[in-house]
Design a protein around this ligand. Structure first.
Ligand code: CND
Ligand code: ZN
Ligand code: ZN
Length: 416
């Protein structure tokens, strides 16, 4: 029941509660004013028809469709999306580099407002600002209980992407067909449904059009430096790939006190931004007639302390491993490798003491860490603005992907 002064739960038409001037209002009643869609005041418990970008098959453009989003079932949350970033992992599904069932609604880096909740949900309520989590955290499984792990056993991860929610079904329908979810988030839709273990409540004052990047790119890169590699004060780091995730690795290396941060990319247009966020040197492998790992070894007197592959290619994963010191070097795989491909590693490279590791979502336990990262952003502990180069409406999603593929954008934010 709405009361005077209450905010209306977010609906398709941005409904609001307004004070009226008639006799009933004088007695304390209120007038409900619905902006836009005047037919629906509360959408809770109902199917919502809204727009979403559906990908019907690989290597095709996204298609803006009207989809039906079913209400959340027990332990699920329906979210009205406000902003979502475009990450290379979404494009990896378009190209087939990541294999996921079709048709699908992609998107995993977003922020929105809870529209309604299913039975048993306790951690969020309608009206809360939230970030969907592409890495779930149930808090109860063996891995959630392990101090170092962030890969909850309930995750829908590569090699077994099901494209379903925890109960094994989907909440999206389009043209009579069931549409798959993506990593439990599916944020390229005006409304999405996620499991409660895949959503975190964040500061009510946070700007959603910026903190959406904490849903993937920023946290993945930053955590890879500060939490996974544990970059040390005064160290030398090499970062391969200067997209939204790679630049966030640089932000993390700088925050951890690295003395030298060498940025590596074949697109020299990325260098200015890399310097802006903390790179001390920038190198383009195409400028040398010897392998880039040799160039980096020479630049660092035998090998860097920490290296990061943030592209998603096997050759650059090998170069990143080789460029770090053979004894104490730590190399972190952040980029997602092409489906079913193998990286051959000479064990001798590790026998001398090197460490090769990798992490998803920067090693952060998602539900615990995302609200804290948002608080840190609000306290100006790190910037997000340099990562945002373009803002487009959802309808222009294909333009956003073209900007990414042509190397002209860092992060495009789609607004709803
Ligand atoms: P984006 O495409 O924006 O950046 C990649 C950068 O790599 C671009 O600047 C390219 O110019 C550069 N590049 C391409 N080829 C080469 C090369 N041969 N040598 C040097 N540089 C090159 O991607 P992004 O920043 O959005 O994502 C980067 C990777 O991280 C990508 O594989 C994505 O799928 C992955 C990722 C991982 C995780 C995780 O949890 N580990 C989460 N999200 C994304
Ligand atoms: Zn991502
Ligand atoms: Zn778990």
């Amino acid at each position: 029941m709405q009361r005077k002064g209450d905010a209306c739960p977010p609906g398709p038409g941005d409904c609001r509660v307004e004070r009226g001037r008639g006799r009933r209002e004088a007695q304390g009643f209120i007038t409900l004013v619905c902006r836009g869609d005047r037919s629906t005041m509360s959408t809770a418990g109902k199917v919502i028809k809204c727009k979403a970008a559906v990908l019907w098959e690989t290597n095709k453009p996204f298609s803006i469709e009207e989809v039906e989003v079913a209400p959340p079932r027990a332990h699920e949350v329906r979210i009205k999306m406000v902003a979502t970033g475009i990450c290379r992992s979404d494009d990896h599904v378009v190209s087939g580099h990541i294999v996921s069932p079709f048709p699908v609604i992609l998107g995993h880096e977003a922020a929105g407002i809870v529209e309604s909740i299913g039975e048993g949900v306790t951690s969020v309520k309608p009206g809360d600002k939230v970030i969907p989590l592409f890495i779930a955290q149930c808090g109860k499984c063996r891995r959630c209980k392990h101090q170092e792990s962030n890969i909850c056993m309930k995750n829908d991860l590569p090699s077994k992407y099901q494209g379903k929610l925890q109960d094994g079904t989907t909440r999206f329908t389009c043209r009579g067909k069931s549409i798959h979810h993506f990593m439990g988030t599916s944020t390229f839709s005006q409304y999405t449904v996620v499991d409660e273990i895949s959503v975190a409540k964040i500061d009510a004052a946070s700007p959603l059009e910026k903190v959406c990047l904490i849903g993937c790119g920023f946290s993945t890169g930053y955590g890879s430096a500060v939490k996974v590699a544990k970059v040390t004060q005064g160290s030398t780091c090499a970062v391969f790939g200067l997209g939204g995730v790679g630049l966030s690795v640089i932000i993390g290396c700088k925050a951890a006190g690295a003395a030298r941060i060498i940025a590596v990319d074949i697109n020299k247009d990325k260098f200015a931004k890399a310097r802006e966020v903390g790179a001390t040197e920038c190198v383009n492998p195409q400028d040398y007639d010897k392998p880039i790992e040799e160039v980096l070894q020479e630049m660092s007197n035998g090998g860097v302390d920490f290296s990061f592959e943030v592209i998603g290619r096997l050759d650059t994963m090998a170069s990143a491993l080789l460029c770090c010191d053979k004894s104490f070097g730590v190399s972190v795989i952040v980029g997602v490798p092409p489906d079913s491909q193998i990286l051959p590693v000479d064990p001798m490279l590790l026998l001398t003491g090197r460490t090769l590791k990798g992490a998803i979502f920067g090693g952060f336990k998602s539900k615990d860490s995302v609200p804290k990262l948002v608080t840190d952003f609000m306290a100006k502990k790190f910037p997000l603005d340099p990562l945002i180069t373009n803002v487009l409406p959802l309808e222009k999603i294909n333009e956003g992907f073209d900007l990414l593929r042509s190397g002209k954008s860092i992060r495009t934010i789609l607004s709803f």
